[in-house]
Design a protein. Structure first.
Length: 143
């Protein structure tokens, strides 16, 4: 497996910023209600086959050919398909980490120099207060 296999240009509009959401319609006595449901199990899945050094991203039909939708677009594997790749004795490790907004942009008061503060971990409440008191001119929409 070579790192170069993972080097490709990804258009910014293809980068998922939020989990997939689906609309769910429920019929009630008073009419219909529509809910948005986060469907993390429908996130795309990429499978790395170590032995064959191949990458699989698309669903296959019964003949082993990549499936396409009605518009001719490839049908991507989804996270819920992961169960098809497990064998007896395999271990699945869940990573429950979360990212919090930790990049702050600002301007130095005396020199107007642009600064960036990147927080690596959450601090105690009083430490955050002390840090925030030191920053002047924070810009949450950097250039």
């Amino acid at each position: 497996m070579k790192l170069s296999q993972f080097n490709f240009k990804l258009p910014k509009d293809q980068v998922a910023l939020y989990p997939h959401k689906a609309k769910h319609v429920v019929k009630t006595a008073s009419g219909e209600r529509t809910f948005e449901i986060t469907r993390r199990d429908e996130s795309r899945l990429m499978v790395l086959h170590k032995k064959s050094e191949t990458i699989e991203m698309y669903k296959k039909d019964e003949n082993g050919k990549d499936m396409v939708d009605a518009d001719g677009n490839p049908v991507f594997l989804q996270f819920k398909d992961i169960v098809n790749y497990f064998e007896e004795g395999d271990t699945f490790i869940f990573n429950n980490t979360k990212v919090f907004p930790a990049r702050l942009y600002g301007t130095k008061e005396k020199t107007d120099a642009k600064i960036e503060v990147f927080l690596l971990r959450e601090l105690a409440d009083d430490a955050n207060d002390q840090l925030n008191g030191q920053l002047v001119g924070i810009d949450h929409n950097p250039p």
